[in-house]
Structure formats: C-alpha cells, structure tokens
Design a protein around this ligand. Structure first.
Ligand SMILES: [Zn+2]
Length: 76
C-alpha cells in the first residue's frame, strides 16, 4: 500500500506493523527526510481496497484472512 510522510517523501524503512484491538493495522515507519518516526493506521477494509487481489476467490481470501488473524492471536 502507498505510504507517505507528512513531508511528502516516501519512507525508506518500515519499522513495525501491528494491529490494534479494534483491528486497525498500525504501521510505524522512518522518514529519513524528517528524521522522525511516522505512524499511520488503516482498517483492514482499507488495506483490501488498496491491495486488491482480483485473482483470489473471495471465499478463499476470507479463509486466508481468518487464518492470518488467528496466527496473530486475533480471534474473530
Ligand atoms: Zn518526512
């Protein structure tokens, strides 16, 4: 997904990706132009919209999501 600092530069290093309890994806990244850590959060739906997988059967994709979330300790 596209990431961009407040200054408009693209971050050159993603530091950490995690999930909040309300299923927002939180991304921490480093901007070498500002020398600061930026973080952003997105919902899983927003992630899907930005990273479409048209070749994947929706039912299979849902199952994969559920497995992925369970692997992170997030049960549905
Ligand atoms: Zn910046």
């Amino acid at each position: 997904m596209p990431l961009e600092c407040y200054c408009g530069e693209r971050p050159d290093q993603i530091l950490e990706v995690g999930f909040t309890s309300d299923r927002h994806m939180v991304i921490h990244y480093w901007c070498s132009a500002c020398n600061r850590v930026i973080f952003t959060s997105r919902t899983l739906d927003e992630c899907r919209e930005m990273c479409p997988e048209p070749d994947v059967d929706p039912a299979v994709a849902d199952a994969a999501d559920a497995t992925f979330l369970q692997s992170l300790g997030i049960s549905s």
